[in-house]
Structure formats: structure tokens, C-alpha cells
Ligand binder design. Structure first.
Ligand code: CTP
Length: 404
């Protein structure tokens, strides 16, 4: 997802410097060319060799030992960067950048670059709350510097409070966001994800195997691309995506209520949730006791949320999903028509590498205009961008159309 991108990672001297090692791993795994710049004090915490080994590039430590290179080192690094990330960032580095001090390789590079700069502070909570630090951070934000806020937790100094280095996977997501083209800016994207649970009694429910991974990947991708995103999610074991308004629901009725409320303001809807089609006719107030060898459950149909949205489509772009175990294209096409969708993403959930709980999917995308494209197995993360690329094309062709 970062293929071809040059990322400079500035590591400054804090105990969280060792966590930047994980960040390098994520950048490299994402396909980025990573160059690590370490301040003097960062080298007291982690050796340059660790970063060199993981980044597969020489680590830059001093302003003047780059002179052996043909170009002036810090300028060439600054020019080549698509993104500069400073993680962990001490109060000292934030203060220096905020006041135009350029007295080492990292600060001169930051001063010289035209790439976005993403700063992940980590420090003692009193330092983090110090009005001088706050002023420096605000000043940088005003100049367009991006920040990933630290979290609250046990700090290395023994204090419990704000200032703990953010999870590297979240910093990675923010870095992806900073690198993304903002082609969904101005759109309000509603995504639904995960299963619903329909209670039978206080201890049992009917549900399905949906993990929510596809919907969450779409919500993250839409937010990266500049959209305002609302995610309505059934119960899943995933962390709420940062920068996304996440509404947690349990049953299909709750999902319907939250989704229809958010639908009013949405310009794009992607309905990846696996909504239970039926719920128990009655929810027993106490645990159902076993009585005989067999038990028959009476179920009643849940409303089809997507079909309701399709009826009031307006000029929204609506994307549905179809989970099939047979007759993929015919079934998906009839859902696309019946629910008045612009596009449907169909997957045969019985295929290996496709469906509910895995990180990959194999889909066929069918469009309202009759276009049908089969995609090979791919990461849900990548598929999310392919789906949104198509949404952008539809939007640029003149919004979604309403055949009703
Ligand atoms: N969907 C919905 N509300 C429902 C059922 C489905 O909004 N009560 C949406 C899903 O989120 C998905 C699409 O409709 O985007 C298709 O869901 P799917 O389960 O594949 O199909 P169904 O329409 O439920 O039909 P069937 O179960 O008979 O295949």
C-alpha cells in the first residue's frame, strides 16, 4: 500500500524509540522505501544497526557524515521524501521544529522538505500538558504538520497518564492517510460492517461468521481518501478505525435504526454487513430450558436495510455486497436490481481465500451498467481501495443514478 513511496522516519531520544522498530517493519511490509534518521539521543536507546537491518538502508545519524554522498545529504533526503514521520517525537524536537531551529540532520531535513510531516509525540504527561509544549504543538498544527496523538497509559517514568506512544499500527494508518490522494474529500461515506446478533434468550443468539474485516477496511480507506466516514458495526473483534465515527450495534433492528439515521446525510453507502435475515419471533425472558429431543424455533423476517435505502436512493452512490455459495453472478445481479444499487461486490464465501473471517477476498464486481469484472484473490485492504476507485469513477460520471 506504500509501494514506491519514500518514507523518512525520524527517531528521537525517548524510551519509545524501540517501538519505532515495529513501525519500520510495517512501512517495509507496506512496500515503502524507508530511510531512518536518528538523533544523538535516540542512539542511546536503540542502535542504528537495528534500524539499518530492518529498513535495509543505511541509517543517517549526522549532518556531516552524509558529505560522501554526491548531493547534500539532508537536502536530497528531504527532496526525495513522500512523507516524513517523527516517531517517537520528544518535547525537544517539537519545540525545535516549532521555532525553526535546524541544528542536526533531522531538524534540517524537516525544515527543507516539502513532504507532509507526521509527528507521533511520546513523553511524560506533565511535559505533554505543559503549556509551552501545547503552544508548540498548536503552532505546528497551524502550519499543517500532522499529529498522531499519544494515548493514556503507564509511562516509563512510572506515571499513569497521557503521553504514551501511540500503537505503531495506528501510526502506520495515519501515515497511509497522509500519503493518500484525497479524492473522496467532501463525501460522507456510510459503511456497515460485521454480523448482527439476534437474541433467542439472555444467553443465546443467532448470527453468522462475518468478521467485519471487509467493512472496516473500506471505512479506513474512505477516511484515508478524505471522506467523512460513519461506520455502523455489528459485534466484531476489531479496533474502531481512527478518524471514523463508529456506531456499535448488536441486532439487525439496531443496525437498521442507526444506518437509516446516518443515511440521511450520506452521499455514498457501502453495505458490507452480513445482516441476519431472520430473528426469533419471541425473545425468551429467561434461558430456554431443554424439554425434549428436538426444539423448533419460530423466526420472523428482518427488514432489508439495503432495499429500504435503495428506495430512497436520491443521487447517493450505493454499493451492496452479496455473499453467495452458488449462482454468484445471477444472484448478485438480481440483488443489484431488486435493491436499486449502483454496484454489488459478490463473493463466493465457500472459496478458499474468500469470505468471512480471512484477510483476503475473491470477488466479482457487477455494476448497474452491466459491467462485470472478476478479481483475483487479494487483501481486503487492497480490495477496499478498488471498490472506492469505482465509487470515484461513478461520482465523476455524475453521481449514482436512481432508476426508481
Ligand atoms: N442486507 C441488508 N439487510 C438485510 C439483509 C441484507 O441491508 N436484512 C444487505 C447486506 O448488507 C448486503 C446485501 O444486502 O449488502 C446482500 O446481502 P446478502 O446476505 O448477500 O443477501 P440477501 O439480500 O439477504 O439475500 P439472501 O440471504 O437470500 O442471499
Amino acid at each position: 500500500m506504500m509501494t514506491g513511496k519514500v518514507v523518512l522516519l525520524g527517531v528521537t531520544g525517548g524510551i519509545a524509540a524501540y517501538k519505532a522498530v515495529e513501525l519500520v517493519r510495517l512501512f517495509v511490509k507496506g512496500g515503502a522505501e524507508v530511510h531512518v534518521l536518528m538523533t544523538e539521543s535516540a542512539q542511546q536507546f536503540v542502535t542504528p544497526l537495528t534500524f539499518q537491518t530492518l529498513s535495509r538502508n543505511p541509517v543517517h545519524t549526522g549532518l556531516f557524515n552524509l558529505i560522501e554522498e554526491q548531493e547534500i545529504g539532508h537536502i536530497s533526503l528531504a527532496d526525495r521524501a513522500d512523507l516524513v514521520v517523527i516517531a517517537p517525537a520528544t518535547a525537544n524536537i517539537v519545540g525545535k521544529i516549532a521555532h525553526g531551529i535546524a541544528d542536526d540532520l533531522l531538524t534540517t531535513t524537516v525544515m527543507a522538505t516539502r513532504a507532509p510531516v507526521l509527528i507521533a509525540p511520546a513523553m511524560n504527561s506533565n511535559m505533554y500538558r505543559n503549556p509551552i509544549y501545547r503552544e508548540n504543538e498548536d503552532r505546528l498544527r497551524k502550519y499543517g504538520y500532522l499529529f498522531v496523538d499519544p494515548v493514556t497509559g503507564m509511562l516509563a517514568c512510572g506515571w499513569e497518564g497521557e503521553g504514551k506512544f501511540q500503537d505503531p499500527s495506528i501510526i502506520y494508518q495515519e501515515a497511509l492517510c497522509a500519503l493518500s490522494v484525497k479524492d473522496l474529500q467532501g463525501e460522507r461515506v456510510l459503511v456497515t460492517a460485521g454480523p448482527t446478533q439476534e437474541e433467542l434468550d439472555p444467553v443465546r443468539y443467532l448470527s453468522n461468521h462475518s468478521s467485519g474485516k471487509m467493512g472496516y477496511a473500506i471505512a479506513r480507506a474512505a477516511r484515508r481518501r478524505g471522506a467523512e466516514v460513519v461506520l455502523v458495526t455489528g459485534p466484531v473483534a476489531l479496533a474502531p478505525p481512527s478518524g471514523v465515527t463508529t456506531i456499535k450495534v448488536v441486532s439487525a433492528a439496531q443496525m437498521r435504526e442507526a444506518s437509516l439515521r446516518e443515511f440521511a446525510d450520506a452521499t455514498v453507502v457501502v453495505k458490507a454487513a452480513a445482516v441476519a435475515d431472520y430473528r426469533p419471533e419471541v425473545r425468551a425472558a429467561s434461558k430456554i430450558k431443554k424439554k425434549g429431543a428436538a426444539l423448533t424455533l419460530a423466526l420472523k423476517q428482518n427488514p432489508d436495510i439495503l432495499a429500504e435505502m435503495g428506495k430512497n436512493k436520491g443521487d447517493r452512490i450505493i454499493v451492496g455486497f452479496a455473499a453467495e455459495t452458488a449462482g454468484l453472478q445471477e444472484n448478485a445481479l438480481s440483488k443489484l436490481r431488486a435493491k436499486n444499487l449502483d454496484m454489488i461486490v459478490a463473493n463466493d464465501v465457500t472459496r478458499e481465500g474468500a469470505g468471512f473471517s480471512v484477510d483476503t477476498n475473491i470477488v466479482t464486481i457487477l455494476s448497474r451498467d452491466g459491467n462485470v469484472v472478476d478479481f483475483p484473490v487479494m487483501e481486503k485492504e487492497l480490495l477496499a481501495d478498488i471498490i472506492l476507485d469505482r465509487v470515484v469513477v461513478l461520482r465523476d460520471q455524475g453521481r449514482g443514478c436512481d432508476s426508481e
